[in-house]
Design a protein around this ligand. Structure first.
Ligand SMILES: C[S@@+](CC[C@H](N)C(=O)[O-])C[C@H]1O[C@@H](n2cnc3c(N)ncnc32)[C@H](O)[C@@H]1O
Length: 239
């Protein structure tokens, strides 16, 4: 399977999901709330935030609620109507949608100026890219678009994650796994995705070596069919 095909399979999965829904994922991820409480409140209480792969805008809207200026970008077209619905339900002015853009899945450049953002968040997104080169290219763009000293918050799937342990069908190359959800009772029934796995902390730091690590952590919840939601959490600073 070619890299472009895996990019498009992943994009179409999300496009289909968002097209079918009128509301979906309204609440911020709890690790984003903790990151805010433990780090941002003290170190970056305001500023410009990019939510890369923002999906329904659940986390974007959390940052708006906290007083940040927020930009969002995603590869799907249909994500915007969900962000808009979430904004309306939280009482935000929908003119803020002007800051939400659509990106081609194989884009090599982000549509922002150099040194623009204080924080870039890529929560559960970068593993949809098919090679280390693709990921590094976008990470270089994060670096370009961040102000000096700016912060990145990135999560990547790790080997314990239930996608990898229970749903991986084959390995395309060293790091990319084809994931199928076959169980008719599964909430993700019929899904097929390609996921770039990060095995350990040294791989994580290598991928994001453009940044000085501020904290290497992880999240891992086991709830019902989500037996482990293990993701690495990389917090870094522009050198
Ligand atoms: C698991 S969802 C995460 C959404 C959101 N960041 C969150 O935390 O709820 C993955 C998102 O990444 C987007 N996505 C997939 N491939 C992408 C790519 N190559 N570049 C940017 N976004 C991508 C999908 O459309 C989807 O909205």
């Amino acid at each position: 399977m070619k890299n472009d095909e895996t990019l498009n399979v992943n994009k179409n999965n999300w496009e289909n999901l968002y097209s079918e829904k009128t509301t979906f994922l309204q609440y911020p991820a709890d690790w984003i709330i903790r990151f805010h409480n433990l780090y941002l409140k003290k170190n970056l209480p305001s500023g410009k935030v990019l939510d890369y792969g923002c999906g329904t805008g659940n986390n974007s809207i959390f940052f708006l609620d906290k007083g940040y200026e927020v930009w969002g970008i995603d590869v799907t077209e249909s994500y915007k109507k969900l962000v808009k619905a979430n904004m309306e339900s939280r009482g935000h002015n929908v003119s803020l949608m002007e800051k939400f853009a659509v990106l081609s899945p194989d884009a090599k450049r982000l549509p922002y100026e150099d040194n623009f953002f204080d924080l870039i968040v890529a929560n559960q997104v970068l593993y949809y890219l098919p090679t280390e080169e693709h990921i590094k290219k976008i990470v270089q763009e994060f670096h370009r678009c961040l102000k000096p000293g700016g912060t990145v918050f990135i999560t990547m799937m790790g080997p314990k994650n239930y996608y990898i342990v229970y749903h991986a069908k084959q390995i395309l190359n060293n790091n990319v796994y084809e994931i199928h959800f076959d169980d008719p009772n599964d909430r993700l029934k019929g899904y097929r995705e390609f996921i770039y796995l990060v095995r350990d902390e040294s791989e994580l730091c290598h991928l994001f070596s453009e940044f000085t690590p501020v904290n290497i952590g992880y999240l891992d919840q086991g709830l019902f069919t989500v037996k482990s939601n293990f993701h690495w959490i990389f917090v870094g600073q522009k050198k």
